[in-house]
Design a protein around this ligand. Structure first.
Ligand SMILES: Cc1ncc(COP(=O)(O)O)c(C=O)c1O
Length: 328
């Protein structure tokens, strides 16, 4: 009996619900359930804010510096002054992670989110009840939080691949919204998701640009393989994903040619040898089908698996094994 108890105790700590995890909000570390933003916040009212997110690998942040750099490039472009230096934001992300690590089991990992909005004049000392126009320097709203990664669906994705459906909603042309911007407003993506969900609740929309060129799926970048070479839409059409760059680095290190283009069509993906999507949480997941058309002869394909292993090696984990370990 004593042995059984000891074995139980040796196990990783019990999971604490995410509502009890710590978040950083405007200078304080508080419980997520107590974190409130003002109802007149620009993020809530206008979708006017920037975010970024990374994940941990064995409880260590992966590519934190790259995510901080992208966050600050985007804040600068959006003319949002977060009132914190990149080093201070890095420290906040590390502190919020350190506060939440005790809530994670050993084989768990988490997202780390950072967000900054143009804030709310009603929160400032001057009590400005006007809309948060860019040229007025309201106190920004800045937050950072951790969220547990949800591994069981990821394990299924690694095995079965992602189904994509071309959406009628198009990606913003760069003349309207810079594709590299990781803006809080995901409205067009959400409408695209709602549209696709009717057809296949587990599929994800693939957005084309206004000329019908492949841009990006919701929340991910896309690659396809043709004759041993990798193709991916350029950052003129899609977010400069950090996982996209990691994949390009892994491919080049393995001697695989990578092409970034602006003129790939769904036709190219239907006829690819393999296709896959990249994002922070899962790294690389194969595309099983686009619009119901099966991609390649095998899913996941051999190049996808090779790159996924290389991706995991950069993180110091076996991504598939970690996700699978959450199934039992
Ligand atoms: C529109 C869009 N494209 C691509 C990505 C993938 O980027 P990353 O690899 O940095 O997660 C994301 C991630 O959230 C995204 O929102």
């Amino acid at each position: 009996m004593a042995t059984a108890v000891q074995t139980e105790e040796k196990k990783a700590p019990a999971r604490v619900p995410a509502s009890e995890w710590f978040v950083y909000l405007n200078g304080a570390y508080i419980l997520r359930k107590d974190a409130m933003i003002h109802f007149s916040d620009a993020g809530f009212n206008l979708g006017d804010g920037i975010f970024d997110c990374l994940r941990t690998a064995r409880h260590k942040p992966f590519k934190l510096q790259e995510h901080i750099d992208r966050f600050y490039r985007n804040l600068k472009y959006a003319r949002i002054a977060p009132g914190l230096t990149p080093d201070e934001m890095t420290e906040i992300c590390l502190t919020v992670l350190a506060k939440n690590i005790p809530f994670m089991a050993e084989h768990d990992d988490c997202w780390i989110f950072m967000r900054a909005t143009r804030g709310s004049g009603e929160r400032g000392p001057k009590r400005d009840f006007d809309w948060p126009y860019p040229l007025k320097q309201h106190p920004p709203t800045v937050m950072a939080n951790c969220t547990p990664l949800n591994f069981p669906p990821m394990a299924r994705l690694y095995r079965e691949g992602r189904r994509l459906i071309t959406s009628s909603i198009r990606a913003f042309p760069a003349e309207c919204l810079e594709p590299r911007l990781k803006s809080l407003s995901r409205q067009h993506f959400m409408i695209a998701c709602a549209e696709v969900e009717k057809e296949d609740p587990e599929a994800v929309p693939l957005l084309l640009d206004i000329h019908g060129n492949v841009a990006e799926p919701y929340g991910a970048n896309i690659f396809f393989v043709r004759d041993g070479e990798l193709m991916t839409p350029s950052p003129q059409l899609a977010l400069e994903g950090i996982s996209r760059q990691t994949t390009i680095d892994v491919a080049r290190e393995q001697g695989i040619p990578v092409h970034e283009g602006n003129g790939y069509k769904p036709y190219d993906i239907y006829n690819a040898d393999e296709a896959f999507v990249t994002m922070t949480s899962y790294g690389i997941v194969s595309v099983r089908s686009l619009d119901g058309v099966a991609i390649g002869r095998q899913c996941p394909g051999p190049m996808t698996m090779r790159l996924l292993r290389g991706f995991g090696a950069k993180m110091g984990i076996d991504l598939v094994a970690q996700a699978e370990s959450h199934l039992s």
